[in-house]
Design a protein around this ligand. Structure first.
Ligand code: C2E
Ligand code: MG
Ligand code: MG
Ligand code: MG
Length: 276
């Protein structure tokens, strides 16, 4: 009886796995279709400098309007796109679209584009970025590439090489979600970074957890000493904003300042609303 029960469970488990594999195949297939049928679009979230509360740029965030599933969040398809390599054509499309749209903004505003670790390792990355800049006419200094610690931790030599090649193109480099990965402060010293984005988990906990606040304080201090801009992600309320001002963060991003939104035909605001 126990044995039969166990076998039943194993069979159930196996069929569950098969469902997961099938689901993954469907998703992969759907991503391919989405690419050719133009089901992706970009939403833009404002980035506000704390020196003068001006919107100094926008982060491009991919959105997928699936014909039957509805809006699919990046967290549920980016991992599959990375495993299948489809992140490279997706990322290439994102770069082109983001650069094109940014040319319509005010000339001092930059566009931040997320580049996956897989895409970062692609030998075509530089060619894709060069093409996006050339085709849009966006000045390179208005493009910022966001990389996560995962992208910047593996194979140090190759990374340094790619980063300095990107630097030579004139664009900016940001480390995204800082504090959640495993890169050391010593490692940061060797990377040519323009900006560090402090992960929103620290911001969320800052008012109630002294350790989170200490981490933000240490990162902003280090940023000042190393001439790297610091930005706090996920700012949702006025108390968090006040704390980040006090700690000396250079910029903030979050629902309090503005949610990611599809571009309208009118130009984006020069100043943030509701941030003070
Ligand atoms: P990320 O680059 O760290 O982007 C910030 C995420 O935090 C976005 O989620 C944004 O909508 C969300 N967010 C912004 N402000 C707040 C806030 O105040 N509170 C909370 N709770 N969340 C906030 P989203 O758009 O779902 O994107 C999730 C992740 O997917 C991104 O994290 C990024 O890693 C990845 N991603 C998004 N677009 C792209 C893309 O075009 N290419 C690649 N490779 N990855 C992308
Ligand atoms: Mg990002
Ligand atoms: Mg982030
Ligand atoms: Mg994130």
């Amino acid at each position: 009886e126990a044995k039969r029960h166990g076998r039943g469970r194993a069979a159930h488990y196996a069929s569950g796995m098969m469902e997961a594999v099938a689901e993954r195949h469907t998703l992969e297939n759907d991503i391919r279709i989405a690419l050719t049928e133009g089901q992706f679009h970009l939403a833009y979230q404002p980035i506000m400098a704390l020196a003068d509360d001006a919107v100094v740029g926008f982060e491009a965030l991919i959105r997928w309007q699936h014909p039957t599933r509805g809006l699919v969040a990046p967290a549920s398809f980016i991992p599959v796109a990375e495993e299948t390599g489809l992140i490279v054509p997706i990322g290439t499309w994102v770069l082109g679209e983001a650069c094109r749209q940014a040319t319509r903004w005010q000339p001092h505003q930059h566009v931040a584009v997320n580049v996956s670790a897989v895409q970062f390792r692609s030998p075509m990355l530089l060619a894709h970025i060069t093409a996006a800049l050339a085709e849009s006419g966006l000045p390179p200094h208005r493009l910022e590439i966001e990389l996560t610690e995962t992208a910047l931790v593996e194979d140090g030599r190759q990374i340094a090489h790619t980063l300095s090649a990107l630097r030579q193109l004139g664009l900016k480099i940001a480390m995204d979600d800082f504090g959640t990965g495993y890169s050391s402060l010593a490692h940061l010293r060797d990377l040519p970074l323009d900006r560090i984005k402090i992960d929103r988990s620290f911001v969320a906990a800052a008012l109630t957890d002294n350790h989170s606040m200490a981490v933000i304080k240490a990162i902003t201090q280090m940023g000042r000493d190393m001439n790297i801009l610091t930005l706090a992600e996920g700012v949702e309320d006025a108390d968090q904003l006040a704390l980040l001002r006090r700690l000396g963060c250079d910029a903030v991003q979050g629902y309090l300042i503005g949610r990611p939104e599809r571009p309208s035909s009118s130009p984006p605001p020069a100043r943030a609303s509701g941030a003070r």
